[in-house]
Every structure is written in C-alpha cells, then in structure tokens.
Design a protein around this ligand. Structure first.
Ligand code: GTP
Ligand code: NA
Ligand code: MG
Length: 283
C-alpha cells in the first residue's frame, strides 16, 4: 500500500442488538428522520446504510451507520455487519436486558475484533433498570467504564432523544483512537452489504468501500456477478459520480445479483471481469 496516499476515512458503525430494543429508533434520531415508523411492522428487513454528518469541535465529520435486524433469522446479516464495521453499537433495552440476539451481537463484534459501545435504551420506560443491565453485562465480561472497566455504556432514550449526543461523542472518541485510513486514489474494493432485483433499476447492489474510490464507468467483479457501473446512488437516493472509502453506495449495472457479504473489486476490462466471475462460479 502506498503509505503517502493514506487519508482519514469516516468510521463505519454497525448498530446491533435484540429485536425491538430500539436500533432503528436510535438511528432515526441520529438521522432526524422516521425510518422505524415507515418500516413494514417496524421490523428491519435488511442492512440500511446511512451517511450522517456529526458535529465534532465545531466541525462536521462524516460517519456511516449500518442498521441490522434483531430477528433470529438474520444472524448472517449481523455477522456481515460486524465484519464491515469499525465500531459496534449494541443496543440493550433497559426494561428487557440481555436477550439471545444481544449475546449473538456481542459474539459477532468480538469475533470481528471490533470495539463495542453499549447503548442502554428505553430509560424513559416504567420498569427500566439500567443498573441491572450493567450488572448482566459485567457478568458476561463486559465491564462498564464507569465501574473501572473498558466498555463505554451510555444510558439513552432513543424515542425521546435523550443522551444521543453522548453516544455520538463516544463513537467519535473510539473512532479517533482507531486512526482509520484509506487511499482514495486506488481502485475501489469492498463488500456487498445487500443486493436484489428492482422492478425499474434491475440488479441493484449496495456496496461499502473498504478502500479506494468507485467511479461511474468502472468495471467490477463481485462474487459471481460482474459488470460496468452504469449508475451510483448515495444513501439518500441521489445519483453520484463516485464513492470514496467507507461510503455506502447503490450500484446499477451488474450481470446478476451478488450475495450479501461478497467482496467486490475493480478490474481493468469487462473481459477480465467476466473471466474472474466465471472462475469463481466454477469453484
Ligand atoms: P428490529 O429492527 O425489528 O430488530 O427492531 P429495532 O431494534 O430496530 O427496534 P425499533 O427501533 O423498531 O423499536 C421497537 C419499538 O420500541 C418501537 O415501538 C419504538 O418506538 C420503541 N422504542 C425504541 N426506543 C425507545 C425508547 O427509548 N423508549 C421507548 N419508550 N420506546 C422505544
Ligand atoms: Na422493530
Ligand atoms: Mg430495526
């Protein structure tokens, strides 16, 4: 890697936790929109990727957030979320405590070697007992910073927007320690976080760049699919010409639907891309 060309890149933060503990509501508040309310039945189905500007010391700093579903069926998605992420924010409802998908999220974050921040949510509710949640977490080896341990834990109400600034501040502190760098000048490579067929657009895939910059017209191979990037859309649906390190982007132009978790890379020509894709398909 060309050391001179490394530049700071935004942190990628994945929000994980048990079903209905308030992941999407937290992200909603951070984005100041209303995703949870517009989801079918309030259930997150895929990995939503969002780019957010967070004020730090009077300057706006970009952060990328991935939302994951808490339902049992989506374990693979949580595993992928943990893999493409720099920081895991694990949401635990203060009136419910540690539940199976909380444990699973913690295991994925640990397996990926990703720092964990705990958001103890729903502190506005009757029956909320954040102390009990902290005790439960300590008993499985996550000792709160406030008790002399090394895991930051913030007590929040995602619904009321209480202490969300503390969560963002904690995220930025942890991110700063990681010194996240990438080279925006190289060809892009990264991971598919979701993909499917759209009635109007055809094959659509959401990529997240690990390194480099993806540009309209680039040729990519990704899993067993390949193609020339015909159009790029940012998290808000706006068409863009390129996407740099850490940035999630929806890509149009692939020959088939890749699998979430597939790696992608830019190659020199469509022939090379086809060849590589065919080789992979034979494996
Ligand atoms: P899945 O994506 O299905 O795993 O759920 P989720 O973790 O994204 O939870 P979601 O944000 O959909 O919230 C579930 C329910 O809890 C909704 O009815 C929210 O309004 C409610 N909720 C979330 N945060 C809070 C909170 O801080 N206080 C209270 N009282 N309710 C909350
Ligand atoms: Na939900
Ligand atoms: Mg959700």
């Amino acid at each position: 890697e060309d050391f001179d060309k490394l530049q700071n890149r935004p942190p990628v933060i994945t929000i994980m936790g048990h079903v209905d503990h308030g992941k999407t509501t937290l992200l909603d508040f951070i984005r100041k929109s209303r995703v949870a309310a517009s989801e079918a039945g309030g259930i997150t189905q895929g990995i939503g990727a969002y780019q957010v500007l967070v004020p730090v010391d009077g300057k706006s700093q970009a952060c990328v957030f991935l939302d994951t579903p808490g339902h049992e069926a989506f374990g693979a998605m949580r595993a992928r979320g943990a893999r493409v992420t720099d920081i895991a924010v694990i949401v635990v409802a203060a009136d419910d405590g540690i539940r199976p998908q909380t444990n699973e999220a913690i295991a994925h974050a640990k397996a990926a070697g990703v720092p964990i921040i705990i958001a103890i949510n729903k502190i506005d509710k009757d029956g909320a007992n954040p102390e009990r949640v902290m005790q439960e977490l300590s008993s499985i080896g996550l000792m709160p910073e406030d008790w002399g341990g090394d895991i930051p834990m913030v007590q929040i109400s995602a619904l009321k927007g209480e202490n969300i600034d503390d969560v963002l501040e904690t995220i930025m502190l942890v991110a700063e320690l990681q010194e996240l760098k990438a080279n925006p000048d190289r060809d892009a490579k990264g991971t598919v976080i979701e993909a499917g067929l759209d009635k109007k657009k055809g094959v659509v895939a959401t990529f997240i760049m690990q390194n480099g910059t993806l540009r309209k017209g680039d040729v990519v191979v990704c899993g067993e699919a390949f193609g020339k990037v015909r159009a790029l859309f940012d998290y808000s649906g706006k068409q863009v010409n390129d996407a740099g390190p850490s940035i999630p982007v929806q890509v149009i132009g692939l020959s088939g639907v890749p699998l979430a978790g597939d790696e992608f890379e830019v190659v020199g020509s469509i022939d090379i891309a086809r060849e590589k894709a065919e080789l992979r398909a034979e494996l």
